[in-house]
Design a protein around this ligand. Structure first.
Ligand code: GRF
Length: 192
């Protein structure tokens, strides 16, 4: 199962996935490339440190959306790696319908809350400020609607009285780094 990772930031999830792959913990999955729209994020360096091809996505418009023209060139570049699965690991752009359908909806995303609670950006902060006692992370299929696709797996994280936003963020990220590779491992036996 050929996988391509798309991200925008630090790349800690990409690192956890690449680490699991290096340790033969991803079953039939192979990480073929890592793409990022952010040249200042660390995710491309993470890919390079694992000797995986890294690609900067050059977007022509500054927007959360990807224009039709940019989408065509992104599809072309991603297709060079013949992906069976696209993994969104902190990818901050909204993918257009044509991108999602061309890859047969085989796109997964990780979100740092227990969906359907706290969709969108700043999910950890929203959960912390709301005062929920359990939050966590979710891996779901990607659809046109943000954070609305079918849930594949979730991991809960308890929020203690002593937690700060920082400590909660660290606990949720640690849970993500276990959940995401385990989902990819399972999918590697069910997707081509
Ligand atoms: C993660 O918390 C993920 O849930 C969210 O974006 C963050 C990406 O972090 N979608 P990183 O770049 O993987 O460190």
């Amino acid at each position: 199962m050929n996988c391509v990772i798309l991200g925008s930031g630090k790349g800690s999830n990409a690192k956890a996935i690449l680490n699991a792959w290096t340790n033969n913990q991803l079953g039939n999955a192979e990480i073929k490339a890592v793409f990022s729209d952010n040249k200042d994020g660390q995710i491309l360096e993470v890919a390079e440190s694992y000797s995986v091809p890294s690609r900067l996505i050059e977007l022509t418009q500054f927007s959360p959306f990807i224009s039709s023209e940019d989408s065509k060139s992104l599809i072309k570049s991603v297709n060079e790696f013949s992906p069976d699965l696209i993994i969104l690991a902190g990818f901050m752009k909204i993918l257009p319908t044509e991108f999602i359908s061309i890859f047969n909806n085989n796109i997964i995303n990780i979100h740092p809350s227990l969906l359907p609670s706290f969709k969108g950006t700043n999910a950890i902060k929203k959960a912390f400020e709301f005062g929920v006692k359990i939050s966590g992370c979710t891996v779901h299929w990607v659809t046109e609607e943000i954070d609305q696709g079918k849930i594949i797996a979730q991991a809960p994280v308890r929020i203690m009285e002593t937690d700060t936003l920082d400590s909660l963020s660290q606990k949720i990220h640690a849970a993500e780094h276990v959940l995401f590779p385990s989902v990819i491992l399972n999918l590697s036996y069910s997707l081509p």
